[in-house]
Design a protein around this ligand. Structure first.
Ligand SMILES: [Zn+2]
Length: 215
């Protein structure tokens, strides 16, 4: 069970279908690993459908919203959220498969130094989506961000000033977040990362080098 989830605004935007593709992929990948958020999105979809019915110019015997809310405790199948389907690469939930069709080893990995490597997947208005892998015990430099940063753990885990993150956990950071992520011992940590604006290392020399980072 995940301990860190998307904020409500992000889930509602996902349910409404208004997110850019990169943001939609990272939320959908979290949903594939998080039954609690799948249920939240299903509820948002039900409410959205009922609201649309209520504003339609057709007289109804009872408000569709009221009747839908009354049914919300029943399990509602989601129209947009598919449960995880086991297949070839157990690290890659279904929403990621189209972006990694040949598997992780076929991606163009860029070595970042310090025990980390990065593979770009897609970019759009929400930011740059890619995979970041860190070796056991390695740590990122202490850094802030010029914009939002979403980090979803796919395997292994890491710890920063805000807590511990494991498979399925999504860390949602913004320009106020300052942290140093330390990969757990014992196994590499693979994360799906969406960044907008890039990172801002605390160390001045690293700040100069940050302009050459691929995210
Ligand atoms: Zn969740």
């Amino acid at each position: 069970m995940s301990a860190h989830h998307p904020h409500d605004e992000l889930l509602v935007s996902y349910a409404a279908g208004t997110l850019p593709e990169t943001a939609s992929v990272i939320v959908a990948t979290h949903l594939a690993l998080c039954p609690a958020c799948r249920k939240s999105v299903s509820r948002a979809e039900c409410i959205g459908e009922a609201l649309i019915q209520d504003i339609a110019p057709v007289r109804m015997e009872a408000l569709a919203l009221d009747s839908t809310l009354a049914r919300l405790d029943e399990e509602q199948p989601s129209t947009t959220v598919a449960p995880p389907v086991p297949s070839g690469d157990p690290l890659l939930p279904r929403p990621l498969r189209d972006l990694v069709p040949q598997g992780l080893q076929a991606l163009k990995w860029k070595t970042l130094g310090g025990g980390f490597r990065y593979a770009a997947l897609k970019a759009d208005g929400a930011g740059r989506l890619g995979l970041l892998e860190g070796q056991p015990g390695k740590a990122t430099p202490h850094h802030g961000h010029h914009g939002d940063e979403f980090t979803l753990v796919l395997s292994g885990g890491y710890t920063d000033e805000l807590g511990a993150f494991a498979r399925g956990d999504l860390q949602c950071g913004d320009s106020t977040l300052m942290h140093r992520q330390v990969v757990d011992a014992g196994a590499a940590c693979l994360c799906l990362v969406l960044t907008r604006g890039g990172i801002r290392p605390s160390h001045p020399v690293l700040r100069l080098l940050a302009r050459f980072l691929p995210f």
